[in-house]
Write a protein that binds this ligand. Sequence first.
Ligand SMILES: [Zn+2]
Length: 370
Amino acid sequence: MPNHVLARKWRPQSFTEVIGQAAIVQALTHALESGRLHHAYLFSGTRGIGKTSLARLLAKCLSCEKGPTATPCGQCHPCLTIAQGNYLDLLEIDAASRTKVEDTRELLESVQYPPIMGRYKIILIDEVHMLSGHSFNALLKTLEEPPKHVIFLLATTEPEKLPNTVLSRCLHFTLKPLTNDVLSEHFNHILQREHIRFDPNALTLIAKAACGSVRDGLSLLERCIAFCGSDITVAKISELLGLADSHTVQQLLDTLIKNDAVSGLTLIRALAEKGADFSGVLEAFIELLHQLALQQVLQKDNPTLLSAERIQLYYQIALIGRRDLPLAPDPQMGFEMLYIRLLSFQPWHEENEVLPVVKKKLSIPAMNPI
Ligand SMILES: [Zn+2]
């Protein structure tokens, strides 16, 4: 399957298909239904969460022959051509690639002319914070006295970089990052319609790896379909994402309990050879500790072997390890050091543990002068 097919195919074509942004959809629906339209909208939020998709959808609502409406028909010329990306009265600019003053000026000059066929001339500027200072001034001039037929739709990942003069003239919507549940549900919906079998737990793994971005999630889902064929399983997704399976993480914890460094380090080396993503392994380890702690307080009749203090200590060390892992020269080295730290920091002693006796005080050998 070619790249980005899913993202294009499942781009929302109506407000009911927009995921995870209920408050914004409600506000836009209300504005469209009551006819209280603004001449400039700004959509901000992290990458890949649907800012330009939402802007294009709004363009469709504004341009539909049956509109302006919150429920565009999807059949008329503007609806169809906006979906295909070639509607003449919707001008899309990617400011990340067009920052020259002349380009913006050329665009703003064309704004003075009425729309070619539609109700409004709609200017969509993506990554608007990338416009140069001169371009901002040109934009601001138009925003100050916008012709009646012009509507600006601006999108940015960094709204704080926009001048206040521009911000204050826009109706600003901040899109929320998508939760793992929302993403999993979305993937579930898509796979059912694509007739692909899946384990819901595998979708949770994909959702987590997408870090709140629907675009990244869909491109990952596409890789997963290519890798797994028509049956998406946890084992295959773990392999694709370089995740350790829960059995390996449990084994790693066992070696810590048994103070068996050789087995633990051998396991870590085997993970590295399989191309494991150590930050994912660490995350799975932290989740296991969380589960054990929950089990301890919620199911007192099902005691775990580990003391509550040891779970807390491991959890704390693992959390700090997660922060430090990217600083290590390579992830395997960082993870090995974390493992050794977990082995070393055991400030209490079990009943059957014996304190090692220091027979001779060791000192650092003196270095020979160079
Ligand atoms: Zn229409």
